[in-house]
Design a protein around this ligand. Structure first.
Ligand code: GLU
Length: 487
């Protein structure tokens, strides 16, 4: 008989903080890629046992992010699965049973130390180290104090001698002297487990084979490994990911945080970045495809190329310029319809309803790096800008305010009468007008563009802007320009 191979299962286990830090999203992505590249399952588990830090709506933020990025989960809140519930606060009773088992085995113990006592310890040694004060209370004393209803926590009894080792798939063999480890709290006074305990129990019960998470957990993992051993459970594969760093204005590199810029997925989306561009970029922050320099990857392509051994252990720096590059590549690669679908809501929100929004979206497609730039690019369409400086004087096109006034006065009746109001027809019209009047066509285009835009740089030329603004508004702006030039 052949041995049955265990299905690969990885999980993403965020604490609901109200936003999705980009480092957490990378963890979710790598965990998802690991499972999917090995034909396995991906679990979402909400780690909300810290009842003091609950944030309303925070679980939705997590679920929405995974939806928007296509990181579908096979088991989790809203999806179900055999090992549910997948929200830790709904599993309180489960942990108690396992904590009791450890106490019965002698691998954990009751601790009755008051918060004041612990605080004092903290002040004395400056490290907050627990002095194992309750580690050797007699069974009778424990029973008596429990009967009295004293408040307690349950702590892990870490061996005082020896070394605990584990193998990390990215960082290699990690070892820690047992005496360096604290008798950490497993079950808190409110009956809720700590992260340290809950995640071990859950990873086991949920059949997680690969624990993928940030390298901040690298040094606490020996304690978790000891818990697996105490229960006689098989340890999972550990895959700790390299740190994500940011570069400050002074050039110094430190852990990626708000001071470096937007660091949550929600903020980046709000700032006009596309979910797929963000995902593509962060995929490369700590993982490098083998054998080629490909940078643009669909999620499917990432899944095909991904492997654990190509994860790097050196920290990666989140580079906002590089993200801009990815985003503009993704925008350029969008179909006209897809771009219109994301650009039109922004256009419609900022611009009056009479403009030709579809045409404007078409003009913007090749001209923006992020969707957030749209508002600034269309400010002159949203409303009439004040004239700043003398834009009518232009060397290259040899225009002066006087010449522009003349051109505008002559072209206005022609524009008022022309039957077609699309770019091609208007372009031909202005060309013909230039030929007939003997004015350079560049000068005609310049005068018209400045009159309707009052801006030197616009998304599109004179006749494209005329088409976007529509005849009535364009003529009104030209009339206003003539009046101002003659004043
Ligand atoms: N809830 C932990 C966090 O958000 C998860 C760590 C882990 O994946 O084990 O950091």
């Amino acid at each position: 008989m052949c041995e049955q191979k265990q299905t690969v299962k990885s999980r993403f286990a965020p604490s609901p903080t109200g936003f999705m830090h980009i480092g957490n999203l990378r963890t979710a992505l790598y965990s998802w890629l690991l499972a999917k590249s090995l034909g396995g399952d991906f679990i979402l588990r909400i780690e909300d046992t810290d009842q003091e830090r609950l944030v309303e709506g925070a679980v939705d933020v997590i679920i929405d992010t995974l939806k928007m990025t296509g990181l579908n989960y096979d088991e989790g809140p809203g999806v179900g699965g055999e090992a549910g519930p997948y929200v830790q606060s709904e599993r309180k009773e489960i942990y108690r049973k396992y904590a009791d088992q450890l106490v019965a085995q002698g691998d954990a113990y009751y601790c009755f130390c008051s918060a004041e006592r612990l605080q004092q310890l903290h002040d004395e040694n400056g490290l907050g180290g627990y002095d194992r004060h309750c580690r050797d209370l007699s069974a009778d004393e424990v029973a008596e104090r429990l009967a009295r209803g004293e408040s307690y926590v349950i702590r892990q009894r870490i061996p005082l001698e020896g070394v605990t080792k584990y193998y990390d798939e990215v960082f290699g063999e990690i070892e820690m002297e047992n005496k360096e480890m604290q008798d950490q709290v497993l079950l808190k006074a409110d009956g809720f487990p700590t992260y340290n305990f809950a995640h071990v129990v859950d990873d086991h019960l949920m059949g997680v084979t690969h624990v993928v998470r940030g390298s901040e957990y690298l040094t606490s993992t020996p304690k978790y490994a000891l818990l697996y051993d105490a229960f006689g459970w098989q340890r999972p594969h550990y895959v700790h990911l390299p740190l994500l760093m940011g570069r400050g204005e002074d050039g110094k590199v430190s852990k990626l945080s708000k001071r470096h810029g937007a660091v949550s997925f929600q903020e980046l989306v709000k700032n006009g970045y596309l979910p797929q561009a963000i995902l593509n970029y962060i995929a490369l922050l700590g993982w490098c495809p083998k054998g080629n320099n490909q940078e643009i990857f669909t999620l499917e392509e990432l899944q095909q190329s991904f492997s654990i051994d190509a994860i790097s252990k050196s920290p990666s720096i989140f580079d906002y310029d590089k993200l801009n590059w990815f985003n503009s590549e993704y925008i350029k690669a969008m179909s006209a319809e897809d771009f219109a679908a994301v650009a039109l809501p922004v256009i419609n929100e900022t611009c009056p309803s009479y403009i030709n929004a579809a045409k404007l979206a078409e003009l913007l497609h090749s001209r923006v790096t992020t969707l957030a730039e749209i508002a600034a690019q269309v400010d002159f369409i949203a409303g009439r800008l004040p004239m700043e400086g003398d834009l009518y004087t232009n060397k290259k096109n040899k225009t002066t305010p006087k010449l522009c006034a003349q051109i505008l006065a002559d072209i206005k009746p022609v524009l008022a009468e022309t039957p077609a109001w699309d770019n091609d027809s208007l372009f031909a019209l202005l060309k013909d007008f230039a030929a007939e009047t003997g004015v350079k066509s560049g000068a005609v285009m310049w005068a018209v563009r400045v009159a309707v835009a009052r801006k030197a740089v616009t998304p599109g030329g004179a006749t494209e802007l005329l088409e976007v603004l529509g005849r009535d508004e364009a003529l009104a702006r030209i009339e206003q320009a003539i009046a101002e030039l003659n004043a």
